[in-house]
Design a protein around this ligand. Sequence first.
Ligand code: PDD
Length: 276
Amino acid sequence: MIYLNGKLMPIEEACIPVLDRGFIFGDGVYEVIPVYSRRPFRLTSHLLRLQHSLDGIHLKNPHCDKEWHDLIAQVIAGNDGDDQYLYLHITRGAAKRDHAFPHNVTPTVLIMSTPLLPPARELLVKGASAITASDNRWIRCDIKAISLLPNVLLRQMAVDVGAVETILLRDGFLTEGAASNIFLVKDSVLLAPPKSHLMLPGITYDVVLELAAANNVLHEVREISEDELRTAEEIMLTSSTKEIMAITRLDNKIVGDGEPGPLFTRLYQCYQHYKA
Ligand code: PDD
């Protein structure tokens, strides 16, 4: 069951007008929220980030927190599987095509659930491959906008060569992945790029930094150069759907000793324990 504009319904029955500004302009924002054992993970943080995205596109939040909590509970209950991920999508609604904002239009609100499957065992044991590319997106990457064409093209570059992610560099510095945040390990210290308008403030990114602090993992948040990325002892990506994943090949070269490293293994275990 999905939720669309006030009603729960099977996805086959859901319809959106052709003039919806999400369809016409990509004029909307979204969230992806993991659900473990039927409980949404870090919901408060996701709703705060949603508010930040809505503010960024000057769209009034169509629901208060209590309403979001209720709607989300209904969608979780309406779907099988204890582990799911929710996709929340809000657009400026349907109106005659004109770039400027329409007046008195009701936003479109969609919530849908997908089973959340653990990553393939092989990826956990061996790690994944990534490539690098120049970050050619706009400079409000802190807004979780539904207009994702650059991210789509960048992710496809990875898939085309059998890799899982494209790691992005802007002006010689690491920003993030096409749909993930990136950490690396240098001199046994976990490094993360600082939040800015050039990357999405990941909820999993926050969790990993909190887990590092709570478990005495040396860590630093600072700008990371391309050279540091290419000579890292470990690289890992984080996202709500992939959790934490080791990157063991970058642009076809081995990272560290080519296996998921000790900091990845530790943080992965901490994350599994924390989410339970
Ligand atoms: N994407 N950066 C980008 C560009 C992302 O799209 C995502 C997540 C992240 C990680 O954020 P979080 O830890 O809050 O999931 C970073 C989601 C999963 C998606 O678009 O499907």
